[in-house]
Design a protein around this ligand. Structure first.
Ligand SMILES: *Cc1c(COP(=O)(O)O)cnc(C)c1O
Length: 435
């Protein structure tokens, strides 16, 4: 498997390089040079596989023999160690629950696989690698969980003080061991700036071997294609025409679905469902791509005005709007509509969704008015993660799973710093001198 940069097809790297140094110098994103296709016979065999076995087939097809079979099997076993069940409501509608991982959001899939792959590629290196990651909430928790107790890798997570929910904060600050949390008196953009500056600082680079666990890492995309196969497996006997509705922000999830389709998974259509950060749906209807500043909504993990994976989608379709439009249908919803989606799911199906899943539901419903198919909306987080939104809407208490409760009971440990690079740098040097 070789990868190229979306900004320069001649910039070609190995998977190891793409995983360890996620950013090409030309500021593009890495994409596989070739996406291999399963034959009909191969696919037929795969439908009897367990989720980990299915994941392994997909990974092997994509990655090839780069990683020995037994090693790949270990990586998958550890990363994909929780299910992705489909819940069917009626002949037209299902949901794919992607929140059964340790931090109860679909980002666990990407983060866990990336952690396993990095630790495989870095095995045998004498220097310890330190991963710097800035988070506005959920990503940091999934990354922390993925890398917790991974040998040879330390993780430093920066998060904006007072800007993450109490549960999110606990999911960032209670790990101990190789995971360190830095609470920055600033906003998310400040955290990102501090990380970027650290990568460029000579003195820090003399002491540390840095890497990034950014959301654009190709290692996070690969495992997200696995669960489209898994969902199809669960539904193929019952329904003919299966369509996925993907609540989207940075469009990693949707890109992974398109990769699964390219590999031969027979999906006729993807619905790109967003909140009012509707850059991509507008592009799909007008052909005009205009990134804009992000708006705050109640589905805040999708508050992205300039989705980073858009260039990957473009490259999959050779930037041809007409072809892209055939496979992806866009739609977007306000907070009021999201609230009514949450209520409707509860009233009609007795199902409690989270605000992001509710947007996937709304897009499914709209599409089903005109088309006869089976729509599967992705439920990207457990509703308890968005308790403060969901409970007042449904006028009901949500059961908080023990997995989440156990985080709340743990004690927070974070280094509190000013919004200043000097402070961050001296903290890192101090940590280093004590390690
Ligand atoms: C990150 C996230 C999304 C958006 O996924 P993208 O791959 O960025 O489009 C949707 N829902 C939840 C709960 C998320 O955490």
């Amino acid at each position: 498997m070789k990868l190229y940069s979306t900004n320069n097809p001649d910039n070609i790297v190995s998977l190891k390089e793409a995983v360890i140094n996620a950013f090409p110098i030309d500021k593009g994103l890495y994409m596989p040079q070739q996406i291999p296709i399963f034959s009909k016979e191969e696919l037929l065999d795969m439908w009897s596989y367990s989720f980990p076995e299915l994941s392994q087939s997909v990974a092997k097809k994509l990655i090839g023999n780069l990683i020995p079979q037994a090693e790949l099997e270990k990586i998958i076993k550890r990363a994909i160690n929780f299910p992705a069940p489909v819940v069917t409501f009626n002949d037209q509608l299902s949901t794919l629950e992607l929140f059964h991982g340790p931090t109860m959001a679909f980002k666990d899939f990407g983060a866990r696989f990336m952690a396993e792959l990095m630790s495989y590629f870095l095995r045998g290196e004498t220097a310890k690698t330190t991963i710097l990651v800035a988070t506005s909430g959920d990503t940091g928790g999934a990354v922390a969980s993925g890398f917790h107790n991974t040998e040879g890798i330390d993780v430093v997570i920066l998060y904006p003080s007072g800007k993450v929910s109490p549960l999110q904060e606990k999911q960032l600050t209670t790990w101990g061991s190789n995971i360190k949390a830095v609470e920055v008196k600033g906003v998310f953009d400040d955290c990102q700036r501090l990380v970027k500056q650290a990568f460029l600082d000579n003195e820090l680079n003399d002491n540390y071997s840095f890497s990034s666990a950014n959301s654009i890492n190709i290692a996070r995309l690969i495992p997200q294609s696995f669960y489209y196969f898994e969902a199809y497996k669960q539904l193929r006997d019952k329904f003919d025409d299966i369509v996925f509705s993907v609540p989207s922000g940075n469009f990693g999830n949707l890109t992974a679905g398109l990769i699964a389709k390219k590999m031969g998974l027979p999906i006729s259509k993807f619905l790109a469902a967003t909140n009012m950060n509707n850059t991509v749906p507008l592009y799909l209807s007008t052909g005009n791509y205009q990134p804009k500043p992000s708006l705050a909504t109640i589905s805040n993990a999708m508050d992205v005005g300039s989705p980073s994976n858009f260039s990957r989608i473009q490259s999959l379709y050779s930037s041809t709007w007409n072809m892209l439009k055939k496979d992806i249908k866009g739609s977007f919803y306000t907070d009021d509509q999201t609230v009514s989606g949450l209520k409707e799911l509860k009233d009609l199906y007795n199902y409690i969704a989270d605000p992001h899943g509710a947007i996937g539901y709304l897009a499914s419903k709209e599409y089903l008015k005109k088309t006869d198919c089976h729509c599967v909306f992705l439920e990207t987080a457990h509703p308890a993660k968005f308790q403060e939104v969901v409970e007042p809407v449904l006028e009901d208490k949500i059961n908080i799973p023990t997995k989440l409760l156990s985080f709340m009971e743990k004690e927070k440990h974070a280094y509190l710093i000013e919004n200043s690079f000097e402070d961050f740098k001296s903290l890192l040097l101090d940590i280093h001198s004590h390690s």
